[in-house]
Design a protein around this ligand. Structure first.
Ligand SMILES: Nc1ncnc2c1ncn2[C@@H]1O[C@H](COP(=O)(O)OP(=O)(O)OP(=O)(O)O)[C@@H](O)[C@H]1O
Ligand SMILES: [Mg+2]
Length: 382
């Protein structure tokens, strides 16, 4: 198996364990491949920690570090305890073995709880990949810091940390009831095997490094650059400014995405991944996705638009079912029409070659909405 095949097998395994986390799973791989840091925003119990732990358990030969931060977490717990014998000899140094500075992949849960003593070291590690110890500056082997939180950073001093989290994902609870059912009816053995200790695909640190080199060699076509510039200027017009650093670093993510898709040259479609790079606040996610997809993947943009329209009709149908049968019926008809439009779009794309996953997902979501509406309003199971 090539490294790429191994990573794709690993991706498939993670997707089999987690429902509705395809984007995040891909993002985790992209972070490792492009040596970027990643942030997951989501409510409690949404599979953030478990998914990240499952990924980390599948990396071999890498030193990993996981910690849940609180306001009271001390620098010792993150950077290492003070080396007492050295201290008695007059040197102030930390024992960094097994601690964040010497780790390849780290999971920092509730990262925005970091206090300023930890924050400064973290910022340097993330950007320069160096740390100071015993009066000298050393190189850290850090590949990626993966982070999760239930909330966005509040304090202004956390801005630089948030800016360094290049890949950003927001997850919610499962949308499709069928997936909830599947999760609940999983045998306990399957659930306990989820932590990655069962028979699983693993990727070694060496393989990962090989993949990073290959991915960094992906060519970015001029067209892709001009699409990127159009997205940038469109977002500016919408009042969403992206720092040049993030834009530049995004190139690494685009390359990694193309590489995972088996391309030596990135195409417009690979820029889709920018939907997970260019937002700062969740309220802007939709605008960012719209602008990115319009330029990078018009068919996906269309699918998203149809899905949003369907969500509106679903809401109307459910709200009006007791007060205005007429309006509810109209909404149901429109919803049916939207399902048909998506099916037609999918068929068209299929005939022309390939169907982007986003289109498939939009169709599945809209079909689930229709099932829900039929069940709730008419008591019909389909
Ligand atoms: N989408 C999902 N797919 C599969 N399992 C899920 C999903 N959502 C939740 N679970 C289940 O819920 C459990 C709790 O998830 P986890 O502890 O990772 O939550 P979390 O998002 O880290 O929450 P917190 O913010 O409280 O730390 C997981 O072990 C998993 O079994
Ligand atoms: Mg958690």
């Amino acid at each position: 198996m090539t490294v790429r095949q191994t990573l794709l097998a690993l991706e498939a395994e993670l997707n089999a364990l987690s429902f509705e986390r395809e984007d995040l799973v891909r993002g985790l791989l992209l972070a490792l491949l492009s040596r970027s840091h990643l942030f997951v925003l989501g409510p409690p119990g949404a599979d953030k920690s478990r998914l990240i732990a499952s990924l980390m358990a599948r990396i071999e030969g890498a030193s990993t570090f996981s910690l849940l931060l609180t306001r009271f977490t001390t620098p010792e717990e993150v950077l290492g305890p003070i080396d007492i014998p050295a201290y008695e000899q007059g040197t102030y140094a930390r024992i960094v073995t097994g601690m964040l500075p010497t780790t390849h992949v780290a999971f920092l849960d509730e990262v925005f709880k970091a206090n300023s003593a930890i924050l400064n070291a973290l910022l340097e590690l993330m950007n320069e990949r160096t740390y100071r110890n015993g009066g000298s500056t050393r190189r850290s082997p850090l590949v990626s810091i993966l982070t999760a939180s239930n909330e966005l950073p509040q304090a202004e001093e956390l801005g630089p940390l948030y800016d360094r989290l290049l890949l950003r994902y927001e997850v919610g609870y499962m949308a499709d009831e069928a997936n909830v059912t599947r999760l609940l009816s999983r045998p306990a053995s399957a659930r306990s095997a989820q932590n990655g200790r069962a028979h699983t695909t693993r990727v070694s640190l060496d393989q990962l490094e090989e993949a990073q080199v290959e991915a960094a060699g992906v060519h970015l076509h001029e067209d892709a650059i001009s699409v990127l510039l159009r997205i940038r200027s469109d977002l500016r017009q919408a009042g969403l400014v992206v720092s040049d650093r993030r834009l530049f670093q995004a190139l690494g993510v685009i390359r990694a995405q193309a590489w995972l898709e088996g391309r030596a040259m990135a195409v417009d479609e690979d820029l889709e991944v920018l939907t997970h790079v260019l937002w700062t606040e969740p309220k802007d996610r939709r605008t960012v996705a719209e602008r990115v997809l319009t330029h990078a993947a018009p068919a996906s943009a269309k699918a998203l638009e149809l899905r949003d329209l369907a969500a509106e009709q679903r809401k109307i149908a459910l709200e009006k079912r007791t007060t205005s049968e007429q309006e509810a019926a109209e909404a149901m008809t429109k919803l049916k029409g939207l399902v048909e439009s998506l099916v037609a779009l999918r068929r068209d794309l299929h005939q022309r070659g390939s169907v982007p996953p986003r289109v498939d997902r939009a169709l599945a979501e809209v079909q689930a909405m229709r099932r829900e509406v039929l069940r709730t309003c008419l008591g019909v199971e389909v």
